[in-house]
Design a protein around this ligand. Structure first.
Ligand code: AMP
Length: 405
């Protein structure tokens, strides 16, 4: 339990039909309670949570319960009887998927910031409305402490214009703000900083490629702590192949599906976001563990999905030698990046022409580093390659705690 010297942050992460929450000590990363409300607005809306070291509890929230009801439940029911924890809260950190080009830093919430998040709804139509509900509900129940928005897009705001513009007529950028915004910025920022510390490198002279590989996947080129290119675009559909998302695709595929197959734009959007990627190629699963198992059992479609994932990732990494010039480190993070030594081995093999060399044993040993970390490159590799578990809750807690009085 929290002691009276603990200062904690409530981290709130609202999805379209879910709210994840955690109370975190931003200094040492201890999590006192965490949970998730799911199926919000549906008949079986429910919430589950666990206090540190205790078993998980689950409860129905009542038919149609929304984000506000979930946040009220956290305060009125879960935290009732935990005055120490409530008293220890010094800030609330809200994860926000898109701040467009309006926010390049964690930002203290006020009414104008709520309006800014609303303005960015076209770039995150499922997430930003949910974030607003979460912010409004949390501001009501915690009026006395700072609420801080941590934007997934913020870290990518340092990209130069030649990297973030699409080669389409200018008016779509100036009038409609259509450009590359990126995603997973909090994770890229965190692992880029961590690898620099791990190597004892000079942060002002350090180039790293960060690979966040989970159900959603993106890669960034980071120079001296600043993002200079990233793979996700206007929305998190661009770039690498993902669990159910296609990643980069010839736009003509979309016109072909609409014009020749009679599909609507909405139907194509669903195909590219929900039915493609690992799922679309394997016809079996969007889960990388399932892909790996299928491949081991001789399933050719799973083997193809694995090959495509690794090939496309290696090509992206290779392309970031152009913006960076010199690459000091490559970091793998996210569920796939942290756990799949097979994927890392294949990608490193494809990058051999760049002088990157894997330490095969260390790479496989990194499996046991679950929740830990480990260098996986050989001593004579041209660049340092490492695995660093991401921890977005901790980063949001740290960034939000900087606003506490
Ligand atoms: P995330 O979105 O970061 O939670 O990552 C989820 C992805 O990580 C899913 O595709 C999982 O299959 C994958 N993953 C988790 N554990 C493993 C593992 N041991 N080996 C391969 N992939 C894994």
């Amino acid at each position: 339990m929290a002691t009276n010297t603990d200062k904690t942050v409530l981290v709130v992460n609202c999805g379209s039909s879910s709210v994840k929450f955690a109370i975190v000590n931003p200094v040492d990363g201890r999590v006192f309670v965490s949970g998730i409300a799911e199926a919000l607005t549906l008949d079986d809306a429910r919430i589950s949570w666990a206090f540190d070291g205790e078993a998980k509890t689950e409860q129905m929230l009542g038919s149609g319960a929304d984000h506000a009801r979930a946040i009220d439940f956290v305060v009125d029911t879960i935290l009732a009887g935990h005055k120490d924890l409530l008293d220890s809260l010094v800030a609330v950190g809200h994860r926000i998927v898109s701040g467009g080009d309006l926010y390049s830093q964690p930002t203290l919430v006020d009414d104008s910031v709520e309006a800014g998040i609303e303005k960015c709804i076209p770039f995150a139509p499922l997430h930003n409305p949910a974030h607003l509900q979460g912010i409004r509900a949390a501001r009501k129940v915690f009026p006395g402490i700072p609420h801080v928005c941590v934007f997934d897009t913020a870290f990518h705001q340092t990209m130069p214009e030649y990297a973030f513009r699409f080669a389409i007529p200018e008016k779509y950028y100036t009038e409609n703000r259509i450009r590359r915004y990126g995603a997973h910025g909090t994770s890229h920022y965190y692992v880029a900083g961590e690898v620099c510390k791990e190597m004892g490198a000079d942060p002002d002279n350090f180039n790293v490629i960060t690979c966040h590989l989970g159900n959603g996947a993106s890669i960034s080129a980071v120079k001296n702590g600043k993002c200079i290119d990233t793979s996700m675009g206007l929305t998190p559909l661009d770039g690498l192949m993902m669990g159910t998302r296609s990643g980069s695709i010839d736009p003509s595929v979309i016109f072909f599906l609409c014009d020749n197959m009679g599909l609507t734009a909405q139907e194509v959007c669903k195909i590219l976001n929900k039915e493609s990627g690992l799922l679309g190629i394997s016809g079996r699963t969007s889960d990388f563990r399932g892909i790996t198992e299928g491949r081991e059992q001789g399933d050719e479609k799973c083997a193809l999905a694995f090959d495509m994932f690794c090939y496309r990732l290696a090509k992206f990494i290779a392309s970031y030698y152009v913006p960076l010039g010199r690459v000091d480190a490559i970091v793998f993070t996210g569920g796939i990046g942290e756990n799949s030594y097979r994927m890392r081995r294949r990608v490193m093999e494809l990058l051999a022409p760049f002088g990157i060399k894997l330490d095969v044993e260390k790479n496989e040993a990194a499996l046991v580093y679950k929740g830990g970390r480990g260098v996986i490159s050989a001593p004579d590799s041209s660049c340092y390659v490492t695995v660093i578990p991401t921890n977005e809750e901790l980063i949001i807690a740290r960034l939000a705690s900087e606003f506490a009085k």
